[in-house]
Structures are given as structure tokens and as C-alpha cells.
Design a protein around this ligand. Structure first.
Ligand SMILES: NC(=O)c1ccc[n+]([C@@H]2O[C@H](COP(=O)([O-])OP(=O)(O)OC[C@H]3O[C@@H](n4cnc5c(N)ncnc54)[C@H](O)[C@@H]3O)[C@@H](O)[C@H]2O)c1
Ligand SMILES: CC(C)[C@H](C(=O)O)[C@@H](O)C(=O)O
Ligand SMILES: [Mg+2]
Length: 362
């Protein structure tokens, strides 16, 4: 197949981890005979520096035309002055909104080889397999903002239609899994959460009789996610709760650097990015963990290009590399760590050696 993929490396470790993911996609293209074309564009801080705009029109045009977009990360201390006129993160938010990507899928499946890196007891982690579906284009992120000398406000609003579409997406995804959806809200305090709970209840009851829907308040969810993570299958929640809970969930896997994400709308095109940020504390040292970016590339192959076997091949190559002890510094716990390039090379080698990955599939 032919596909146009836009690469947005962004800031900090973004360029390091996207380079690793592109190397893996090139290996997939070679092995399976696909013509994947990559076009790099600016977003975030680097786009502010070069164009005075965190989402330049040329970047947005390219993303609109592409079959899929792969992003590294945006932001960093250079652009973090609270009084700055414009911020890198605005570029990412505007892109998600402009592409209509309302459902952000963040799968969490701790790998046996990285249990040692997690601060949670290993017996709580075996068998954990959950999928957070985070609403991505509404809520407090996008409401009106005000600021005066002595006060500030951020409006949180949701429409019925915004809640319906993301809950439907979560229920459909659960039908392909264990048919269990946990909807997370703060309905004991927030009006938006009370609407969320009403709509989620109605959609599950009227359209998905095969789905078990449960509701959980976000504060106790933050606790249960660590104390009984195996209890969850699909978790659906609003924008900011999903942001916070998935950074927490990354500790089940062992590192922020491990979790991928897919941001989807109603069409095939999507935006794929690891859930972590630009990690200014380790940027430029070649030690960033690229597994989350590589697994995001696997999601791109599956969801936007429909290349299911190719996606599975990447995921199996990652499993095999982790099993072989190819661990970046955040996972190696003082042992021998492999740099970003080394991790990418280990995954590429496994994709190029079909027998290696086929063995795992049996
Ligand atoms: N999608 C995005 O572009 C995105 C996501 C989150 C944060 N950010 C931005 O990133 C900047 C830094 O934010 P932060 O420090 O709160 O969060 P962060 O995710 O960048 O880093 C948190 C911690 O996790 C570590 N870490 C993150 N990714 C890693 C990786 N791949 N390998 C190894 N270690 C990794 C970092 O070294 C740091 O100690 C901010 O400007 C923030 O807005 C961007
Ligand atoms: C950088 C920031 C705007 C972003 C978000 O809050 O959505 C990030 O934290 C993420 O998780 O993708
Ligand atoms: Mg986040």
C-alpha cells in the first residue's frame, strides 16, 4: 500500500523518539513491501521559534492531507513562562481539535520484563490489560479562559453529543475486549460529570446491552487504579481526568516512556503519539525510551492504515526486545541500559528477521 505520513518531531526528546519510530516504520515498509512516504513538519516550541506560531498553516495543511500523523512531544522550559503570549502546547491542542480527534486511546499492558521498573507490587500487575479512552477535544482544556490582575477562570463544558460519541467509541472497543466499561467522573461535585454519567448510562443501556457499564468517581479511581488494576477493561473519561490518570497508569507499566496513544475521530486519519512529554531533563542525551513512540507507530499501522499484521509484527518485535533485556535507562534499574538508537535497532532487527517474530506468534 501507499501512504503519506506526517512526522511532527516537536521539542525535547520528541525528535529522538520519533526518529526511532520512523526507523521501525521503514523496516515494516521494507519487509511487507509498502510505500510509506514521510514528510517532517514543525509543531510546538520549534515552530514558535521558526514561524512564530506553534501550529503553522503549512503543518496543519500537511496533517489534513495525510493518512496519519506521528508526533513526538511539544513544550519545554524555553517556552514555559506563564505570561508567554503563545505556548507550544497550544499547537498540539489546536491540531487535535482541527482534525476532530475526540477519542484518545491509551492502552496499558505491563510487560513481564518491565515489572521490576514499576513501583507497584508485581503480583498486582500480572494480567493487567486496560484501555483508557480519553475524551480529547472538549472539557476544561477548550472552555473560555479569563485572566485579570487578581483572578482567573477556565470554563469546563460538555455537550451531550460530545459525550455520546466518545462513550459509543469506548463501548464498541469494549465489545472487542472483555465487554466491561468503567466511566470515570466527579458526579458528586461537577455538573458536567452529572451530564456525563446520565449520557453514559443511556448509551450503554439503549445501544450496548452486552456491555457492563460501571461508574467510578475520579478520586477513588486514582486509588483503585494502583490497588486493583486488573479490575479494569475499558476506562472512559473526560479530557483532564484522562490526562492525569494515564500518567498514573504509566507506573503500572513501569515508565512514562512505554505508553503509546492513538487519537481518532470518525475518519481513518489519526494522530499517534507517546503519552509522555518532551522530558527536558533527559533531552539531547540519546537515552530516552522510544518504546512508547514505536508502539504508537504500531497503532498507526492498525488504525489508520488498516495494516493489522504489520502492527502485530511491531508489537511482537517490541515484546521480543523487552524479553531479551533491551531496556532503556528508565527501565534498567541501574543495570545495563541501551540508548534510544540501540532500542530502535533491536526492534528493527527483529522486524527484519521474520522467524524471530513468527516464533513469538505461535
Ligand atoms: N504530548 C505532548 O507533547 C506532551 C505530553 C506531556 C507533557 N508535555 C510537555 O512536556 C514538557 C515537560 O513535561 P513534564 O516534565 O511534566 O512531563 P514529561 O512526560 O516530559 O516527563 C516526566 C518525567 O518522565 C520522564 N520521561 C518522559 N518520557 C520519557 C521517555 N520517553 N524516556 C525516559 N523518561 C521519560 C522524564 O525524564 C521526566 O522525568 C512540558 O512542557 C509539557 O507541557 C508534552
Ligand atoms: C502537552 C499537553 C497539552 C498534553 C495534554 O494535556 O493533553 C499532554 O499532557 C498529553 O497527555 O498529551
Ligand atoms: Mg499528559
Amino acid at each position: 500500500m501507499r501512504a503519506e505520513i506526517v512526522i511532527l518531531p516537536g521539542d525535547g526528546i520528541g525528535p529522538e523518539v520519533t526518529a526511532a519510530a520512523v526507523a521501525v516504520l521503514r523496516a515494516v515498509a521494507r519487509r511487507f513491501g509498502h510505500a510509506l512516504n514521510f514528510a517532517e513538519h514543525d509543531i510546538g516550541g520549534i515552530a514558535i521559534d521558526r514561524h512564530g506560531d506553534p501550529l503553522p498553516p503549512a503543518t496543519l495543511d500537511a496533517c489534513n492531507r495525510a493518512d496519519a500523523v506521528l508526533l513526538g512531544a511539544v513544550g519545554g522550559p524555553k517556552w514555559s513562562d506563564p505570561n508567554a503570549r503563545v505556548r507550544p502546547e497550544q499547537g498540539l491542542l489546536a491540531l487535535r481539535r482541527a482534525l476532530g480527534l475526540y477519542a484518545n486511546l491509551r492502552p496499558v499492558q505491563p510487560h513481564p520484563a518491565t515489572l521490576g521498573a514499576a513501583p507497584i507490587k508485581p503480583h498486582l500487575l500480572s494480567g493487567v490489560d486496560l484501555l483508557v479512552v480519553r475524551e480529547l477535544t472538549g472539557g476544561i482544556y477548550f472552555g473560555d479562559k479569563t485572566r485579570t490582575a487578581d483572578s482567573a477562570s477556565d470554563l469546563c463544558s460538555y455537550s451531550v453529543a460530545e459525550i455520546e460519541r466518545v462513550v459509543r467509541r469506548a463501548c464498541r472497543l469494549a465489545q472487542g475486549r472483555r465487554c466491561h466499561v468503567t466511566s470515570v467522573d466527579k458526579a458528586n461535585v461537577l455538573e458536567t460529570s452529572r451530564l456525563w454519567r446520565d449520557v453514559a448510562t443511556r448509551i450503554a443501556r439503549d445501544e450496548f446491552p452486552d456491555i457492563l457499564l460501571e461508574h467510578q468517581l475520579v478520586d477513588s479511581m486514582a486509588m483503585h487504579l494502583l490497588s486493583r488494576p486488573r479490575a479494569y477493561d475499558v476506562v472512559v473519561t473526560e479530557n483532564m481526568f484522562g490526562d492525569i490518570l494515564t500518567d498514573e497508569a504509566s507506573m503500572l507499566a513501569g515508565s512514562m516512556g512505554l505508553l503509546p496513544s492513538a487519537s481518532l475521530g470518525d475518519g481513518k486519519a489519526g494522530l499517534y503519539e507517546p503519552i509522555h512529554g518532551s522530558a527536558p531533563d533527559i533531552a539531547g542525551r540519546g537515552i530516552a525510551n522510544p518504546y512508547g513512540a514505536i508502539l504508537s507507530a504500531a497503532l498507526l499501522l492498525r488504525h489508520s492504515l488498516g495494516l493489522v499484521d504489520e502492527a502485530a509484527c511491531v508489537e511482537q518485535a517490541v515484546d521480543s526486545a523487552l524479553e531479551a533485556g533491551v531496556l532503556s535507562a528508565d527501565l534498567a534499574a541501574g543495570g545495563d541500559a541501551v540508548g534510544t538508537h540501540g532500542v530502535a535497532a533491536a526492534v528493527v532487527e527483529r522486524i527484519e528477521t521474520p522467524s524471530h517474530v513468527a516464533e513469538l506468534r505461535d
